[in-house]
Design a protein around this ligand. Sequence first.
Ligand code: ADP
Ligand code: MG
Length: 692
Amino acid sequence: MNVPEIFGENVFNDVVMRSTLPLDVYRSLRNTIDAGETIDMTIADTVAKAMKDWALSKGATHYTHWFQPLTNLTAEKHDGFIEPAGGDSVIMRLTGKSLIVGEPDASSFPSGGSRATCAARGYTAWDPTSPAFVKDGTLYIPTIFVSYTGETLDKKSPLLKSMTAIDRAAKRLLKLFGIEALKVNTTVGPEQEYFLVDEEVYKKREDLVLTGRTLFGNPAPKGQELDDHYFGALKQRVSDFMKDLDETLWKYGILSKSKHNEAAPAQHELAPIFTNMNLAVDSNQLTMDLMKKVAQKHKLACLLHEKPFVGINGSGKHNNWSLSTTKLNLLDPGDHPEQNAMFMLILACVIKSVDKYQALLRACVASASNDHRLGGGEAPPAILSVYLGDELGEIVDSIVLGKNYVPHKSARGSIGVPESPIFPIDSTDRNRTSPFAFTGNKFEFRMLGSSASVADPNIVLNTIVAEAFQEAAEKLEKAEDFEPALKAYTEKLLKKHHRIIFNYNGYGPEWEAEAARRGLLNLKTTADAVAELFKKENVDVFVRQGVYTKNEAIARAKIQLENYVKNIRVEALTAIDMATKQIYPAVSSYSAKLCENLTAKKALFSSLPYLEEETLIKSLVCANENMMTAVKKLEADLADMPKDELEAAKRTAYVVVPDMEKVRKYADESEKLCAKEYWPFPTYYDLLFSVK
Ligand code: ADP
Ligand code: MG
């Protein structure tokens, strides 16, 4: 495989644009992409024609405005290029207008009550900063999605607005240090975890097909305790899948870089090289879509759910986030961070934002699926904190405590094997338990779930850090004597927000108590986290930074609650269905069979002991009966849901979820006792060890 040759072959990228567009049109488009200048509409026809001709050469017959409604998925409606050309002939056409705007019916997408269903008009508008591509015979044009009244109905619009906000604020901050940047880019590298199971086995599990996770099942006798899967040798089918996936992603210009087995059996990870945020978000959406498709080709099912199985790790999506100009990574501390006043100010601003808007960061990753993962002792806890590592931690401590900082000498290590090289030892170790860790020249936000859109956390990060930058700039621009004012301001921020820094084990129970003592939020469920979004200060920051209007912010919080309630409702109905139609009959048949056998045995050998057999039958009958009682309660509670979104979410979290756990508990008890041939669907062993 010639990677440089296939890379980006399905993308209308810079190379194609340069070779297919007139120079002035190309330059104008690049200005929009690189410097964020408003698109010049007069070039639309020319770009549309070039795009269409290129798409035709790739076998496309249709185009689609590809957008990201308020689900975690993308949406597309395909239109043919075909148009009648007189007589019986047709031509293939894409006009500038069709490239720029589309008008899909918006009524069936979540709007959080911001519009009535009858107000159906929605518009999609071309995003020239993310390249179009051809997939399955269609030209995909990345677009934003807004309503007739101008409210944003997608994740891309606020993402772009938040990128503008942080660009504006960061440039203003840099100016204080004499740096004139054309643009401050936000960069993202999302590491994607996932599970692979055999498709045939997967299809036999109604819960996996309908909800993405197992609602029943006991852990297999072997889990991840032997640490034998993490970074283990790839099984042939997995290796073939990964190879195919890489090749596919490269063709779409996605910089797929690392792949390996993860901690849990059947769990894996893919990490691309970081890129511009908008593109990284689009690419991750496309990656998730292609992962599922490529898996199907290999007769596998790719599970992106945050917690498909109990008892073993769930899947996250680490969001590596940084800021850079063409010359400089703003989060690069250099060799002597203690002397790098600009870096220390930027760091202090980030720390301040995370502390001040803990609730926003917690809420933006909150979902029914991620609730199973956060705080599970495998993913970060639900409490926000910042990890700085030894070196930066000591520098910040010295500032806060007013002590002198003595830099560590840079160490060089040898592992004592004469043939092996000497290597420099990093001044900072890693910490896997922190939700928000500084990792060299970027922050890694680890709370995001594997199935979620990367847009959400980045909208929040950009917005809150933009505000901190703006406040810093406003203050320091007025300073008469810059250097001392800068030092004092940085110090003030670090002192005020020091409580959010935690450089130790985030999994330990001590941390929860310590965090409570520090007054940090510990929002355990989506219902608790999203409730915070209605607070004035959490709405205002988005309004001030021009990312959401008040209505949009409130509508989005409501949609998040609605999605949460609906997702759990689907799970509950699936659990009821499986319990009633599969588990109950199976356990009933098995216990009846045992009774029949026992009666026969007793007739022949009345004096033999049958204690264990009788106990087994009784246990099965009781578990089955208890399960159905729990099902009845779950049904009743589902039928009794409050109208108000927040009330419904709270009831879901604190009544419906525990109800479902109860149903599961009794079903899992039966599974432990039931003969394999009677159990109605594949077990954890069948699922997790299905790929040979
Ligand atoms: P680890 O698992 O140790 O965190 P990985 O290599 O799996 O490391 O992932 C690190 C991710 O961070 C990659 O996607 C990488 O491209 C990304 N990254 C590196 N530098 C930056 C940066 N400046 N901005 C955003 N992401 C970055
Ligand atoms: Mg990582």
